[in-house]
Ligand binder design. Structure first.
Ligand code: PLP
Length: 436
């Protein structure tokens, strides 16, 4: 691998010395020896630096880290220390926040089908906000809150009719998706009335999440414009000025050098200017702005370390490099056709580069780790290969297909490595089986 690492793709502290990668001051050959492969190597400084950048950019607002992108006790503690808030969307994610002692007044609870048990757990913990997603849920949460004599603050999840598809937006009248209340159909305004008429609920504001891996502010701008329109309609219909506007997550990251993500400070400035303008045009007080970055914080912090097991040349067709993980530790290529890059990180090579496909060890031909990536032609068993930008939706979507144990997450910082999620063992895999 070359000594140059694209800083947009690799973690903050990644360095290469004579072909050998280190992250957080720890060499990957040492990591492989101590913790085995595959392993997720997480740059703690990078994670904390991104938390601070988001907090600084949305100063005076709220930054909810989207826990679904990657959550564990250590991450929850970092978020608490860095002053971030947290978005959870299941009883399980809530339990992690609770176990780590995260302040409940910095939590929002999302999801389109929260169970009564989940809502009860959320209220028992005292979550600051619940994003309500359906008429049934307004009534359900209303009953759960009334039963414990609470007035629960809620945000209304709205479908603003803006859908982001990475580089393009689809703006539709009939929003065909399972989440939220449609703005165009009038369901959102009806839901506002329903919440306002529920004594055990307090309507704090409105929420929209337009998609993921977004590279500009155009879609957010359109959503913002429509949401301010809703705030205005709420004022006109009910005389109520809602205090919070949550624009969700979705800011994109660089998986390869082809991707050009927007800097968070720039995105924040554009959105603030737009919000001020839109609100002043309709004489509304500017609501408190909230955002929910997941991928943009956790994604770039992590590289997955794999060991090469076989190299198969199919003359005239392709070279397959098999590594010791695959779709169990990264389902995204199979699920979304996601594109990545990879590099040889355990030694220097003078060999010419050749385009290969890096594949996993699972019993599916769609088990691809990286499509068409240039790697040295002398790649051989025992080499370590790293895939950057693997911190979001990798470990959190990891699975046990083929009874492959899930890899550990090793946090590195200042020359020290620390396991924050341990590797699964074969005993773990057998633990749920009941003897016949
Ligand atoms: C998934 C999701 C996010 C985070 O999305 P990213 O693309 O990881 O930033 C934020 N808010 C909600 C409601 C989501 O569903």
């Amino acid at each position: 691998m070359s000594a140059r690492l694209d800083p947009a793709v690799w973690p903050l502290t990644a360095r290469v010395d004579d072909g050998l990668l280190s992250v957080g001051g720890v060499r990957v050959d040492d990591l492989a020896r101590e913790f085995g492969t595959p392993a997720y190597v997480l740059d703690e400084d990078d994670f904390r630096t991104r938390c601070r950048a988001w907090r600084g950019a949305f100063d005076g607002g709220d930054v909810y880290y989207a826990g679904k992108s990657f959550l564990c006790l250590a991450v929850v503690r970092w978020l608490a220390e860095e002053g971030l808030s947290l978005d959870v969307c299941s009883g399980g994610e809530l339990a992690v926040a609770r176990a780590a002692g995260f302040p409940a007044d910095r939590l929002i609870f999302h999801g389109n089908n929260k169970s009564v048990a989940e809502l009860e757990a959320a209220l028992d913990f005292g979550v600051a906000r619940v994003a309500v997603d359906s008429f049934e849920e307004i009534d359900r949460l209303g009953r759960v809150a009334a039963a414990v004599r609470r007035r629960q603050r809620v945000l209304l999840r709205v479908t603003p009719g803006v859908e982001a598809h990475t580089h393009e937006y689809v703006s539709t009248g009939q929003e065909d998706q399972k989440f939220g209340f449609s703005l165009a159909s009038g369901a959102a305004l009806k839901a506002v009335s329903r919440v306002l008429a529920t004594p055990s609920l307090a309507l704090a504001g409105v929420h929209a999440h337009i998609g993921s891996q977004i590279f500009d502010t155009a879609g957010y701008g359109l959503a913002l414009h429509r949401m301010v329109g809703l705030l205005r309609a709420v004022r006109d219909a009910h005389g109520v000025e809602l205090a919070e506007l949550d624009l969700g997550g979705g800011l994109g990251i660089a998986y390869t050098s082809q991707d050009a993500p927007l800097a968070v400070a720039e995105a924040a400035t554009r959105l603030r200017v737009l919000l001020d303008k839109e609100c002043s045009e309709v004489s509304l007080p500017v609501p408190r702005l909230a955002v929910e970055p997941g991928r943009a914080i956790s994604g770039p912090t992590t590289v997955t370390l794999y060991e090469v097991g076989t190299v198969k040349h199919l003359p005239g067709l392709r070279t397959y490099v098999s590594v010791d993980g695959g779709m169990s530790d990264n389902i995204r290529p199979a699920l979304y056709g996601a594109r990545y890059t990879a590099a040889l990180v355990s030694r220097h090579s003078d060999a010419a580069q050749q385009v290969v496909t890096v594949v996993g060890k699972h019993c599916e031909s769609g088990d691809v780790v990286v499509h068409d990536v240039a790697l040295p032609a002398d790649l051989r068993p025992g080499d370590l290969v790293a895939v950057p930008a693997s911190g979001a939706y990798h470990r959190s979507m990891a699975n046990n297909y083929n009874h492959v144990p899930r890899p550990p997450v090793v946090a590195v910082r200042d020359g020290t490595a620390r396991v924050i999620v341990r590797r699964e063992t074969l005993e773990d895999l057998l633990r749920l089986d009941v003897e016949p």
